[in-house]
Design a protein around this ligand. Sequence first.
Ligand code: PEP
Ligand code: MN
Length: 370
Amino acid sequence: MKLALHISPLNSWLPSCEQPPLIAGPCSAETEEQVLGTARLLAKSGRVAILRAGIWKPRTRPGEFEGVGSIGLNWLMKAKVQTGLPTAVEVAKAQHVEEALKAGVDILWVGARSTVNPFTVQEIADALKGVDVPVLVKNPVNPDLSLWCGALERINHAGITKLAAIHRGFSSFEKSPFRNEPMWELAIQLKTLAPELPIFNDPSHICGNRELIPYIAQKALDLDMQGLMIESHLDPAQAWTDAKQQLTPIALDELIGNLTLRSPEVKNAEFEDNLVKLRAQIDQIDDQIIQTMAERMKLVEKIGEYKRDNGVTIFQLSRWDEIIHKRSDFAKALNLEMSFVGKLLELIHGESIRKQTEIMNEGVPPEPKS
Ligand code: PEP
Ligand code: MN
């Protein structure tokens, strides 16, 4: 089902430019000099569309720097006058919305720690009623697409049509090189549910370190995200928040200059022709995979019945070990990525066990499907 959002196109509220729009600026406004100095350098590069800065910082632990508060709005407004850059700040309650709008902030965003809470989002939405301001909604901290959609709907129902999403990654228990797992599939699902909704990518909060940012920024553009939000600070090592992930304006300029812009549009008839042929081959292989999977499941049913009739357990460790080893060796020989093959086998094996459990326990209500 599609999301019923009323969206104004991005170019109706952002000056169109050749590059995907870049929102950049410090994680937090710290001092007037830091805001103005960073803004001047960012504007000089000519690559930045919007100046961002956190004024009220929603911190995970109390006692950490919680933002300079309203005074930072004055610094941002000075930066706007000096550079001509429109400004964006995070709002987490009605009072923030009111103060930011009163000060003349151009764009508001809802942070990941607010998107998780429908009460907070509704409070922000209510404060936005009757206001025509662009609002960006970050994904919630946890990988829950419905919460993200719900927040977008609440803001949209308040009458905000200049709306976009920001993909900033999701927290996860898995060990990972990223601060927040990108889980690209969730951003892609959002795009499928609301094709007209622009999605910005925030490589800074996904990566948590400077080194990985170019890789994530490029991938975001390759996945046809509409823009980027990247944190930039005059002196990142001394930043009061998120020091490891901020880039100097010069490093940011270089990073953006090195990105490759690819077009989602079909280039010419020959290209289209080749693409259609390759896609047809892929479609055929996908059909084969599904068919083979159905055949495998038929055999699994047979085995399940056989085990049931002979009083044998569903799971046998030695057999699972054999599957993993034999298939992994084969996959390696075919140059497949081992982590991918591991996940695929686990998925297939999990479904086989589910199927056999069903057969062994005929008449017993089935296990809930995840
Ligand atoms: C931020 O943009 O500085 C921020 C707090 O981000 P997030 O809400 O994604 O954690
Ligand atoms: Mn930050």
